[in-house]
Design a protein around this ligand. Structure first.
Ligand code: FES
Ligand SMILES: [Fe+2]
Length: 429
């Protein structure tokens, strides 16, 4: 059982808190690249700090304090000009490094004073990778944005989905190392929600956990399967420090503040060989709603929505002093232990786990992946039905099962990429 103090350590993310300092050693996905094609600034809150994201006219990304360092106006109402962001209140211009480039009236009234050289605004580096924008809020030297192996794959339809979840990030990340929940929260609950139709899902017979360089692997043996199944031999990944990686998709749990979390999903669907080559000019993104306005209840129809219901149901900050952990929670226990140890390490100025600094190592960071050959080499449409039942997690999908509310144009683009509409027009055999 955790003490109240350990509970606090795991959940507080603000600057200067032990966990806040650990999390600031990692790049966090905060937006889609395509979002800044659609709007010039994006206000956001990250690790308890109010910020504004923008792209200047030279294509450089900036992430600044939301409040102007002059008299604190909201810079998300400013506008981009040249290589900076101009405040809408008195026109001061800031660049992505936090430097003040212009102070219109000061330069008229007292140009010799060069006041602008003596003021700065808080600024954090931003980089684009895999259709996402990433922010780093920690101390220098700045590490590399990880090139996780799926970011190098070709011929896939990628989409990015955001949801804002009103609870603390850490209970969401604990779900990334909880194999047994899948059977209940997803399989059995879905069956109940759908009127108990169809066969009962297989139960878990055995689970296993291993730590590796970039996190933990969790493994399972289900009823009717054996230890030769990739669910046991390869497993799935609880990616350090705040992500779940299943093989075909990532789910980051990005702390907005102590009481809110931004869920960032990155989904890769391999197109059939018949549809190659396939490229995307723009990786689409969308925001998924989590509550149902008609009922005033959470949405329960999609896989990640079911996770969200469990997480918010634990309370805004889950009270871990009231838990009763069992065998199914072994992974959670080892992850908490490692987190608390890494928090200490950073407090002693040590380098925490899974920070990547070597460009050679970062060319492609391999992860455990069930059905890797399928993602890399693809499949022909003819054998896709056979694979559908065989490789867990990697079957060609016709609809998006993870989050509610996918916009119709993205659904259509997905279907075109996968050749699904052509399939429908084919005569039945
Ligand atoms: S408050 Fe931003 S320029 Fe005055
Ligand atoms: Fe889940």
């Amino acid at each position: 059982m955790l003490s109240e103090e350990q509970n606090r350590t795991l959940t507080q993310v603000g600057a200067g808190t032990p966990m806040g300092e650990l999390l600031r050693r990692y790049w966090m996905p905060i937006a889609a690249v395509a979002e800044l094609d659609d709007k010039t600034t994006k206000p956001l809150r990250l690790l308890g700090e109010d910020l504004v994201l923008y792209r200047d006219q030279g294509g450089t990304y900036g992430l600044l304090d939301r409040h102007c360092a002059h008299r604190r106006a909201d810079l998300s109402y400013g506008w981009v000009e040249g290589c900076g962001l101009r405040c809408h209140y008195h026109g001061w211009v800031w660049d992505h490094t936090g430097k003040c480039l212009q102070q219109p009236f000061e330069e008229v009234a007292n140009p010799e004073a060069r006041f602008k050289d003596r003021v700065r605004i808080k600024a954090y580096p931003v980089e684009a990778k895999a259709g996402l924008l990433w922010a780093y809020m920690g101390p220098p030297p700045v590490p590399l944005v990880p090139t996780w192996e799926p970011f190098t794959w070709r011929n896939g339809f990628v989409q990015i989905v955001f949801s804002e979840i009103p609870c603390n990030w850490f209970q969401c990340q604990e779900n990334s190392i909880d194999p047994v929940h899948f059977e209940w929260l997803h399989s059995n609950w879905t069956r109940v929600l759908q009127g108990n139709e169809g066969p009962k899902p297989p139960t878990h017979l055995k689970i296993g956990f291993d730590e590796f360089e970039y996190g933990f692997v969790y493994r399972r043996v289900l009823e009717g399967q054996s230890e030769s199944n990739e669910l046991w031999t390869v497993g799935r990944t609880c990616l350090w420090p705040n992500c779940l990686f299943t093989g075909g998709h990532f789910e980051w749990r990005v702390p907005i503040d102590d009481e809110n979390m931004l869920s960032v999903g990155w989904f890769f669907d391999r197109v059939p060989n018949e549809m190659e080559p396939f490229t995307q000019d723009r990786i689409p993104y969308w925001y998924s709603p989590i509550d149902d306005a008609r009922t005033g209840r959470w949405i329960t129809t999609h896989v990640m929505n079911q996770d969200f219901v469990a997480w918010v149901g634990q309370g805004v900050l889950s009270d871990r002093t009231q838990e009763h952990l069992g065998e199914s929670d072994r992974g959670i226990i080892i992850m908490r232990k490692r987190m608390l140890e890494q928090v200490e390490l950073v407090a002693r100025s040590g380098e925490p786990k899974a920070v990547i600094r070597d460009p050679a190592q970062n060319a492609c960071v391999r992860l455990p992946i069930i059905g890797r050959e399928y993602f890399v080499g693809g499949y022909s449409r003819a054998d896709s039905d056979e694979r559908r039942g065989r490789t867990p997690g990697s079957p060609p999908r016709k609809d998006f099962p993870f989050l509610a509310g996918q916009p119709e144009e993205i659904r259509q683009a997905f279907r075109r990429a996968m050749g699904l509409d052509a399939e429908r027009q084919m005569p039945p055999d």
